[in-house]
Write a protein that binds this ligand. Structure first.
Ligand SMILES: *Cc1c(COP(=O)(O)O)cnc(C)c1O
Length: 367
């Protein structure tokens, strides 16, 4: 039985009518850019995340760019972040000619190790950008404490964790500004590119609103250098339908993860993901550490089971960032994770017997 790493078709089948109705509504209105759907989605996402404001933008990458710019990050500023993430986290820092300063991860959660942040702070440090990787929050309290002590902004890369919580609060609402991605594969995915920032800071919200439209608050009256980064009405209409199902889908992801972990705990050579007790993990990915990873991945492929490596090369070892003078083994935990991680098939509709089948291949291969 073929088991893809991600299957979006089952989900679409379950909401086909709602989606078509929403898309028809936009087509009939012939209003495609920054209209009532985007406005309604912004209000609904702000309410969902527990922030006062939300601003729709063209992608998760743009959400990061505009959150940084909207927080005042500029040329020469330093932003502390993790090297174990998708490239967008750090290359939007360099896009502003600011400097990403990497700090290694906590091996238990794969997220920024707050205990190593303070030694990296310099007079040029302006922000800390934790990433809630795989759907689990970074440990935010120590990060917020360091940020408060040194007057730094906290920008959450929440592209993988919409719906996750940290001590009762939704991720994205904990720091100064949170960044969401609606890339189709994300827990709340559109049918194309899309993103959003969420914030409780009115000035950041206002500034991002301006930056997404050529720096103009009033049309054709630009106050600063800006961008064209808008969420479109069709995506917003689709996302409004999907947002209504998000909690149910995240609960199904959690149930699937529980099933995986129960089956994998007994398998030698596999370390299932750990859930920190401070919050709720929404399993954008179900990522194990595994010995003989390449052999395991090949065995899965042999059985037509999809899997993926997020991410094979930490950012400090990629050519884009290598002129910063980093060498291998500077961030041992990130480098070790990059060699060991394997993400198994995960989506809400994944069937129990599929999970059984995936874990059976692992068991057989690692015996
Ligand atoms: C997906 C993702 C992004 C970028 O989002 P896009 O919508 O693809 O631009 C940024 N950071 C992380 C951690 C992501 O997973």
């Amino acid at each position: 039985m073929k088991i893809p790493a991600l299957d979006l078709k089952a989900q679409y089948a379950s909401i086909r009518e709602e989606i078509r109705e929403a898309m028809d509504r936009v087509l009939e209105s012939q209003h495609f850019i920054l209209g009532p759907e985007v406005k309604a989605l912004e209000e609904e996402v702000a309410r969902y995340c527990g922030t006062r404001f939300a601003v729709g933008v063209a992608s998760g990458t743009d959400a990061i760019l505009l959150a940084l710019a909207g927080s005042g990050i500029k040329e020469g500023d330093e932003v502390i972040t993790t090297p174990f993430t998708f490239v967008a986290t750090a290359d939007m820092v360099t896009a502003l000619k600011a400097i990403p300063v990497f700090v290694d991860i906590d091996p238990a959660t794969f997220n920024l190790n707050a205990g190593q942040i303070e030694e990296k702070i310099t007079p040029r440090t302006r922000a800390i950008m934790p990433v809630h990787l795989y759907g689990q929050s970074a440990d935010m309290d120590p990060i917020l404490a360091i940020a408060a002590k040194h007057a730094l902004k906290v920008i959450e890369d929440n592209a993988q964790a919409i719906g996750a919580t940290y001590k009762g609060k939704r991720t994205g609402s904990i720091g100064d500004v949170g960044c969401l991605s609606f890339f189709p594969s994300k827990n709340l995915g559109g049918y194309g590119d899309g993103g959003m920032i969420v914030t409780g800071d009115e000035r950041i919200a206002e500034r991002v609103r301006r930056l997404r439209a050529h720096g103009a608050k009033k049309k054709y009256f630009s106050e600063e250098q800006g961008y064209n980064s808008r969420l479109d009405e069709i995506q917003a209409a689709i996302l409004r339908v999907k947002l209504r199902h998000l909690d149910e889908w995240n609960a199904k992801r959690r149930a699937n993860a529980k099933r995986y972990t129960a089956l994998l705990e007994a398998v030698k050579g596999v370390k299932p993901p750990a859930e920190a007790d401070y919050g709720t993990h929404v399993y954008h990915q179900y990522t194990i550490r595994v010995s003989h990873r390449d052999a395991v991945q090949a065995a899965l492929k042999e059985q037509e089971i999809g899997s993926a490596i997020y991410y094979p090369t930490p950012l400090h070892l990629q050519p884009l960032f290598s002129d910063s003078g980093f060498r291998p083994c500077v961030f041992p935990e990130s480098e070790c994770a990059a060699r060991q991680v394997l993400s198994l098939p995960m989506y809400p509709e994944l069937a129990g017997d599929h999970i059984l089948q995936v874990t059976a291949v692992l068991q057989e291969c690692l015996r």
